[in-house]
Design a protein around this ligand. Structure first.
Ligand SMILES: C[S@@+](CC[C@H](N)C(=O)[O-])C[C@H]1O[C@@H](n2cnc3c(N)ncnc32)[C@H](O)[C@@H]1O
Length: 284
């Protein structure tokens, strides 16, 4: 079966438009990355010896446990270091200094961050590099710690290995590659001092929320791209509960938040940065 042919693409689109809503996912999020999903579904059809997508649709209707496998075919793992450079510059210039000053004023010099859908570790390690290379000297008594979670065990295992090809590092500021990584003949390995603040955990953001409260939550190119509005609102409510007052939520550049009262106000809507304000309805 050649799903890359036009007709097969039409079948793939039809299939995704049928199954995604049943998983709480939305078609527009998958339009550009659908071929990645097709490849995985193709492999699954081969494993199950099913010749067509129509057969797979029937199989799903009679095997409810298969929906979990299909859900895992829809995890999109694209990431890179310093993805959307402007947001990391905004974090460096505005957000992290403000959060650090606030933490110092409150006599609590630990900044707790949560990177959700951390893929192979590119996002949490970018934050760790940014803090240690640019801001730690200005705030020597403040410690930044990062909880990084992803549903995909293999992605978390990649993050634990911390080894990257040059293409993943191309957006990093000049000099950071040499400062942050040990270069082998094959790849670049993140140095221990930049790994040390990052705790990696397999976790489904739809099911679980860490116990801690956070100063900074990064949730980019996951919830607000792929999930339906009802899931988005449910998750956003939990984020707001987990953010300290004055804490910050960062979403992807072109991602919007669902309508509703979540106790979050835009700091820079252009960069996808929101600040938690005190409200009566949100638990502190
Ligand atoms: C497109 S990547 C985004 C990576 C990173 N946040 C960035 O912006 O570069 C989305 C990640 O979310 C993970 N993911 C998908 N569904 C998830 C879920 N329900 N809970 C937690 N992580 C999930 C995927 O495994 C993938 O690593």
């Amino acid at each position: 079966m050649l799903l890359s042919l036009f007709m097969k693409d039409a079948e793939g689109v039809h299939f995704l438009q049928w199954c995604l809503p049943k998983l709480g996912l939305v078609w527009p999020g998958y339009r550009k990355v659908r071929r990645q999903v097709y490849k995985r579904i193709q492999r699954r059809l081969e494993t199950l010896s099913l010749p067509t997508l129509a057969d797979y649709q029937r199989y799903l209707e009679t095997h409810p446990e298969e929906w979990t496998v299909l859900d895992s075919s829809c995890w999109i793992s694209i990431s890179r270091f310093y993805r959307d450079k402007a947001i990391f510059e905004f974090l460096e210039r505005e957000v992290l200094p403000s959060l650090a000053r606030q933490a110092l004023a409150q006599g609590e010099p630990v900044l707790r961050c949560w990177s959700i859908g951390c893929a192979g570790g590119e996002e949490p390690y970018s934050l760790s590099l940014l803090w240690k290379l640019k801001l730690q000297a200005r705030f020597p008594t403040v410690q930044l710690v990062i909880l990084a979670t992803d549903i995909d065990e293999q992605a978390v295992a990649r993050a634990r290995r911390g080894r990257y090809l040059p293409s993943s590092l191309k957006d990093l500021p000049a000099g950071w590659r040499a400062q942050g990584f040990d270069h082998t003949t094959e790849d670049f390995c993140i140095k221990p001092e930049f790994r040390e603040p990052v705790t990696l955990l397999v976790q489904d953001v739809r099911q679980a929320t860490p116990e801690d409260t956070f100063h900074l939550i990064l949730c980019r190119y996951l919830t607000f791209t792929y999930f339906d509005v009802s899931l988005q609102s449910n998750i956003l409510r939990r984020f707001a509960e987990r953010l300290q007052v004055g804490g910050v939520l960062v979403v992807g550049k072109d991602e919007g938040l669902p309508e509703g009262e979540f106790g979050l106000v835009p700091w820079s809507q252009k960069e996808g940065v929101y600040r938690r304000v005190q409200t009566e309805s949100v638990v502190t």
